[in-house]
Design a protein around this ligand. Structure first.
Ligand code: 8YV
Length: 322
């Protein structure tokens, strides 16, 4: 038919992106509103020109092999790309698209929400009120650390880290520190100070993780990192669960080595119901909803589609990973 063939790894992708694709492409999707099982995925990609995927779909040599040499583009509806073997794609001349920028604000907003939810113990307080624990006013009831005057440490200072820092600043914090592999010119304007990782751990009342998952960041939050943190520290992670040695975090929370943690990301995802993290009062766990605003998800799907269309037409992709 001369139309491009696109495989989409779930049936419930936002319509606005699908509408763009439908004009030029024949779309085949996994039949359910859930992550395509690996075996089914491998069967379905044979002969397609493009794959529209999520962070749950591992794109490795096996997928690329079964897809075949006509495969031109992988487009993920995420800013993170740790699930994609970029080196292998590059080697084969397969373009890779992702969704930076469009989810920065939504993710920064969720990070602030999670930070405050954790430090002010909202889930615990809500449950207590609903189950009869609210008996009278009490001076030490449901207290937690405040942001005003605090030192906040940002681990990762890219688009999302900077957007979080700007929001944090409006709470009149004393200092914003950041640790990043690269020099960030924008830090001056925000008033953030670059420090070594250990110094950030030692000095911060709040440690916020907004760094990508790469070999250098894998499990950078291990036993020794949590031990360097203040006992009063709040740890917030909205990046990838694998930056954390989760057993070390559980140990730190159980033994009050740190004060509390707010996690939008875990290992694995979904987090099994019997995880100790769900039992800890000083831990808030969210089901990976950082970018989940209605508009953001629509825009992400449009960008994912635009990346596919551009690549198929040999045009400049709006957001290509190189
Ligand atoms: C997405 C994310 O919801 O963009 C990312 O990297 O983690 C989230 O915004 C998820 O990746 C969907 O693919």
């Amino acid at each position: 038919t001369g139309r491009f063939r696109v495989y989409i790894t779930r049936s419930d992708m936002p319509e606005s992106g699908l509408d763009l694709l439908k004009k030029k492409c024949d779309i085949k999707t996994w039949k359910e509103a859930s992550t395509v099982p690996r075996e089914e995925f491998l069967k379905s990609v044979a002969g397609v020109d493009a794959i529209y995927c999520t962070l749950s779909d591992k794109i490795d040599q096996e997928v690329l092999n079964v897809a075949g040499p006509q495969l031109k583009v992988i487009s993920t509806i995420s800013v993170g790309y740790d699930h994609i073997d970029l080196t292998e794609c590059k080697k084969r001349g397969i373009k890779v698209g992702y969704t930076p920028n469009v989810l920065t604000d939504a993710t920064a907003e969720l990070t602030m929400a999670l930070l405050l939810t954790t430090s002010r113990r909202l889930p615990e307080a809500q449950l207590d009120a609903k189950t009869g624990g609210w008996v009278s006013w009490a001076p030490n009831y449901m207290t937690g650390p405040g942001l005003k005057g605090a030192t906040v440490g940002m681990v990762g200072f890219g688009r999302i880290g900077q957007a979080v820092a700007k929001r944090v600043k409006s709470f009149e914090t004393a200092r914003i520190l950041y640790f990043s592999r690269s020099e960030r010119a924008e830090a001056n304007e925000i008033g953030a100070i670059k420090v070594e990782f250990d110094e950030l751990l030692k000095e911060s009342d709040f440690v916020i993780v907004c760094a990508p998952l790469v070999p250098e960041t894998k499990e950078m939050f291990n036993k020794s990192a949590f031990e360097k943190m203040k006992r009063s520290a709040v740890f917030v992670n909205t990046s990838r669960g694998a930056l954390v040695d989760q057993n070390a975090l559980i140990y730190a929370l159980e033994n009050k080595i740190i004060w509390g943690a707010g996690l939008d990301v875990t290992t694995p995802e979904p987090l099994p119901l019997d995880s100790p993290l769900f039992k800890l009062k000083n831990c808030v766990v969210l089901p990976h909803i950082g970018s989940a605003t209605i508009d953001t998800r629509n825009t992400m799907s449009e960008l994912t589609a635009a990346n596919i269309l551009a690549a198929l037409h040999n045009a400049k992709m709006p957001a290509e990973l190189k």
